[in-house]
Design a protein around this ligand. Structure first.
Ligand code: SAM
Length: 215
């Protein structure tokens, strides 16, 4: 595994292995779930995007933003509040309607979806991807699928993102993670690894934050 300089890794719990949740971590998860419900978010994942935005300022006021793997839509809710530009969400699953958000159902890695986005969104300033595979229970298989989704998100982004644009993709530490980070680095001027505090304790989830697309 590549040894990243400490400054690039914005978390103190970065390399913990998967561990089962404890009573207190389950309590913290429940709290966040209740908070999301109370604040009108469709899921607790909203707080992850808030943390990412607070730290990295990915979305600016006029940006057009595409969200890959967007269901049920809590990142879309946050993004809608951050920009006056176009916001589009894509998922394999149905996403219930959201004011001012264009929703597509389908596989974001398919050529049909790429062409539809291309036709509908003249300029793409930011691509975000919180997509995750359906877990099979086979750790190696699930890890390989998760990395493949990250690569598909990067391919999508490479076809549509405006030069200078930003990208964030969820990934999981383990096999092939370093290679995925390397591929993102080839395309962006600045790349950071970030683990939000609102990520479940014990999860190997981590976000690759990429700014300033080289084009
Ligand atoms: C963790 S959820 C996303 C949560 C979302 N960010 C939110 O805040 O509500 C992951 C989603 O990725 C979607 N997904 C996985 N692979 C996909 C693909 N190839 N195309 C579209 N959606 C995909 C799944 O259907 C699932 O709804």
């Amino acid at each position: 595994m590549i040894a990243y300089p400490i400054a690039q890794i914005a978390t103190e719990r970065f390399s913990r292995p998967e561990v089962p949740p404890t009573m207190s971590s389950r309590w913290a998860d429940d709290q966040l779930h209740r908070k999301a419900k109370k604040e009108g978010y469709r899921s607790r994942a909203a707080y992850k995007f808030h943390e990412i935005q607070r730290r990295y300022h990915l979305v600016r006021r006029d940006d057009n933003v595409i969200d890959l793997g967007a269901a049920p839509g809590s990142w879309l809710q946050v993004i809608r509040s951050l920009t006056d530009g176009m916001v589009m969400g894509i998922d394999l699953n149905y996403i219930p309607p959201l004011d001012g958000v264009r929703l597509l159902t389908g596989d974001f890695s398919s050529p049909e979806i790429t062409s539809r986005v291309h036709a509908e969104v003249p300029v793409v300033n930011v691509v975000v991807c919180d997509a995750a595979p359906k877990l099979s229970g086979n750790h190696s298989y699930d890890q390989a699928r998760a990395i493949a989704i990250g690569e598909e998100a990067l391919r999508f982004t490479d076809q549509l993102l405006k030069r200078g644009g930003n990208f964030v993709v969820k990934s999981f530490q383990g096999d092939m993670f370093d290679q995925l980070v390397g591929k993102v680095r080839e395309k962006f001027l600045a790349v950071h690894l970030f683990r939000p505090n609102s990520t479940r304790k014990g999860s190997s989830e981590i976000y690759i934050i990429a700014k300033n697309y080289r084009g």
